[in-house]
Design a protein around this ligand. Structure first.
Ligand SMILES: *[C@@H]1O[C@H](CO)[C@@H](O)[C@H](O)[C@H]1NC(C)=O
Ligand SMILES: *[C@@H]1O[C@H](CO)[C@@H](O)[C@H](O)[C@H]1NC(C)=O
Ligand SMILES: *[C@@H]1O[C@H](CO)[C@@H](O)[C@H](O)[C@H]1NC(C)=O
Ligand SMILES: *[C@@H]1O[C@H](CO)[C@@H](O)[C@H](O)[C@H]1NC(C)=O
Ligand SMILES: *[C@@H]1O[C@H](CO)[C@@H](O)[C@H](O)[C@H]1NC(C)=O
Ligand SMILES: *[C@@H]1O[C@H](CO)[C@@H](O)[C@H](O)[C@H]1NC(C)=O
Ligand SMILES: *[C@@H]1O[C@H](CO)[C@@H](O)[C@H](O)[C@H]1NC(C)=O
Length: 481
């Protein structure tokens, strides 16, 4: 009786304060510095970051992470069994920062078109958590304000270090907006949640909500709110797209902080390790002369960061045998006229990826899913192929495009100008699921979200050794991987 009374009181307080504009929206969860290759401590700090926006500053906001509450418990039937299974205590998040997003009529454009003045005021809250004692699934409660009823979410935290027989799975897609094709993908992802799929993360490959700044940037918020069930559930790793490039990516950098490097204030280069994979995200748009963000100083520092990161990644290759690059615009491209010379603009990265034995370059931009044969210097490199879909020991990195999540501009583009580069290609809306099977074997599966079916899979077997003679790293024992 008392409990019911208390609940009624609490909900009245909740209602009374619901017009304080502290409702948490655009919630997403992303990995913390614990997953960064620079993280050397043996303790467990900053495993996870949870972020959301409010209209007002809401300085009393807080977030609690607690052992998973199952459906029965959230429905009101408290299940003590579920709590007993977990040893972890509820944890209060550390508020790292509240970033004010304040735009007062600045003109946003995309390539000089679709220009709009943006009036926008939001506060982005960043909380970090030390969750090593938690199991993979957990519950979190976001309080936009101290006396407001919380929004309750479930999250999946990937294990950073894992035994060699555990298969890892990721989702990968980019170029997504609320649209007929984009909604097919939303339905398919909903189905994956219903099936309790425990992906280690979403690799988002740029271009959210074309153009996010429309209608005073409500278009981007509506998109992020529609995707909230997924971005709040699996860690969301965001690599910037060219449609985010206004004001040096400032708006997206306020909204998204990857790896919680608060001091860095941008998402141009960041990397993380999960299980057997080293991921490195690179904002190649600083090298793309159509975008208006070219700056030789940024270019130089990005090239240095990427090279430094890849050298370290190679020295760690026994732990992370796979090196994946995440980006938006591809280096190799067939079809659209705007991308014919990307290779020329991105040559320095082509060289670095080859020199340091990158396995996969995951990109998007073209609204299709396309797998390229290993490429280097504008030409294919040797590989062996079995049964059309198994590639053995590619002698360079393979570029895989997943720009087909769904937007209002889908459908076949021009003919290939060189079909011999391409292993497979599809223009249906969908997304990629990536499985890391072991040190030497991965599988890509394209999920067609319009028909709810899996398209042909591709397996890549690699001994990761093609680059051994391309650089002067002392690999020591690594060569025997
Ligand atoms: C996509 O789904 C959203 C949410 O259900 C809906 O509001 C919107 O109208 C849909 N858009 C299209 C083009 O079907
Ligand atoms: C954006 O906000 C400004 C200021 O409130 C308003 O004048 C304008 O009409 C809004 N634009 C759109 C597209 O809603
Ligand atoms: C965070 O950013 C700063 C400034 O760019 C850099 O010096 C530092 O190494 C970064 N830390 C991590 C963990 O990436
Ligand atoms: C873009 O860059 C490429 C390669 O550096 C160059 O050949 C081309 O002329 C540039 N285009 C423009 C418009 O600057
Ligand atoms: C790259 O290769 C394609 C196809 O073979 C060719 O058409 C194009 O001119 C080449 N680009 C450069 C910069 O060599
Ligand atoms: C296509 O690429 C292959 C291998 O890179 C090359 O041998 C061939 O000449 C190219 N064809 C055309 C039409 O550019
Ligand atoms: C695909 O799955 C979704 C979600 O279960 C469902 O709404 C939709 O009707 C399915 N589409 C087809 C073509 O079966």
């Amino acid at each position: 009786m008392k409990v019911v009374f208390l609940l009624i009181i609490l909900s009245i307080i909740g209602l009374a304060s619901s017009d304080d504009n502290c409702y948490p929206e655009t919630v997403y969860m992303t990995l913390g510095e614990y997953y960064s290759p620079d993280y050397s401590e043996t303790s467990c700090t900053n495993t996870l970051q949870i972020s959301f926006s409010t209209v007002n500053q809401c300085s009393d906001s807080y977030v609690i992470v607690l052992p998973e509450i199952n459906e029965a418990a959230t429905a009101g039937h408290f299940n003590s069994q579920n709590f007993l299974q977990q040893t972890a205590q509820p944890i209060l998040g550390k508020k790292q920062s509240v970033v004010e997003q304040s735009w007062n009529g600045e003109k946003f454009c995309h390539n000089g078109k679709n220009c709009e003045k943006v009036y926008y005021q939001k506060f982005v809250h960043y909380f970090t958590f030390d969750l090593c004692s938690f199991k993979k699934r957990f519950t979190y409660k976001i309080y936009g304000n101290i006396d407001e009823s919380p929004r309750v979410f479930t999250g999946i935290l990937p294990k950073r270090d894992r035994s060699s027989d555990e298969i890892q799975q990721f989702l990968a897609f980019g170029d997504h907006e609320i649209s007929v094709p984009g909604n097919y993908t939303i339905s398919s992802l909903t189905q994956l949640i219903q099936e309790n799929k425990e992906y280690d993360g979403i690799l988002f490959l740029g271009d959210y909500a074309y153009e996010f700044y429309n209608n005073n940037a409500t278009k981007g918020d509506i998109y992020m709110n529609s995707m909230e069930p997924f971005y709040s559930y699996w860690p969301y790793m965001f690599s910037p797209g060219n449609h985010e490039d206004c004001y040096n990516f400032a708006f997206a950098n306020q909204k998204f902080h990857m790896m919680n490097n608060i001091s860095q204030q941008n998402n141009n280069v960041f990397s993380f390790n999960i299980g057997k994979v080293h991921f490195l995200s690179v904002n190649l748009h600083y090298f793309n002369n159509g975008t208006g963000v070219i700056d030789p100083q940024i270019q130089e520092s990005m090239l240095q960061s990427v090279e430094k990161d890849l050298i370290t990644a190679n020295l760690n290759r026994k732990s992370q045998p796979w090196i994946f690059i995440l980006g938006h615009k591809p280096i190799y491209c067939v079809g659209r006229s705007d991308c014919y010379d990307y290779y020329v603009q991105y040559q320095q990265f082509d060289k670095l990826f080859f020199k340091y034995g990158v396995d996969i370059f995951l990109a998007a931009h073209q609204h299709e899913t396309t797998k390229y044969y290993p490429m280097y210097q504008n030409d294919t490199m040797p590989y062996q192929q079995f049964k059309q879909n198994i590639i053995l020991n590619p002698k360079s990195y393979m570029q895989i495009l997943q720009g087909n999540a769904g937007c209002n501009d889908m459908g076949p583009t021009d003919q290939y100008y060189n079909a011999t580069w391409i292993l497979s290609r599809s223009f249906d809306p969908g997304f990629g699921t990536l499985q890391i099977i072991n040190d030497n074997l991965i599988q890509f599966l394209n999920y067609d979200s319009q028909t709810n079916s899996s398209l042909e899979y591709t397996m890549i077997y690699s001994d990761h050794s093609y680059h051994i003679n391309n650089n002067n790293i002392d690999y020591g024992l690594y060569v025997n991987i």
